[in-house]
Design a protein around this ligand. Structure first.
Ligand SMILES: [Zn+2]
Length: 165
């Protein structure tokens, strides 16, 4: 019986065949770190024309700041040469289009399980959330002094990045 890893192995074999990034340093070549959503329509390196070694990417549901992500970014701002930080949510994000009660109902309907105390961080107003996340990171006293933090929104229908703050 074949598993999903069989087709991944076949694709990876082709990637390995063409692989040329041996020896690329672990630091971010463009000093760029991107926090974005786990949405499958977002292909981070392709969006900015980047390749292996160019950019650090942190992803979660919604591309949202939280204390864990914030620690990773602070670390990267010092140790991994990430001086340019972009927080980039996107259009048509499920995290911003459903309310918490709606998500709980949907999860319950799909699984039959009780999600009444499940607490995913939904996004009410995406722009307000983005501006607050950028401000929160900028205010972090441990962030590398020279780091620049920007907020943008990715349009999944056009591929365009719109700078917000
Ligand atoms: Zn999303």
């Amino acid at each position: 019986m074949s598993s999903f890893t069989d087709s991944l192995d076949a694709s990876n074999a082709a990637y390995v065949e063409a692989f040329s990034a041996n020896g690329v340093p672990g630091r971010a070549g463009t000093h760029l770190l991107l926090l974005t959503c786990m949405d499958s329509r977002i292909v981070p390196h392709a969006i900015f024309g980047l390749k292996e070694g160019d950019m650090k990417v942190v992803r979660n549901a919604g591309g949202q700041m939280n204390s864990e992500v914030e620690r990773d970014i602070v670390l990267a701002s010092h140790i991994l040469d990430c001086h340019n930080i972009v927080i980039m949510p996107h259009t048509k994000c499920a995290m911003a289009s459903l309310s918490l009660p709606e998500v709980r109902i949907r999860l319950n309907e799909r699984s039959g399980m009780d999600f009444s105390s499940f607490e995913p961080r939904m996004i009410g107003d995406w722009e307000e959330t983005l501006r607050a996340d950028v401000a929160r990171l900028k205010a972090n006293k441990l962030l590398n002094e020279g780091a620049v933090v920007r907020g943008a929104r990715y349009d999944v229908d056009t591929g365009m990045v719109h700078w917000v703050c």
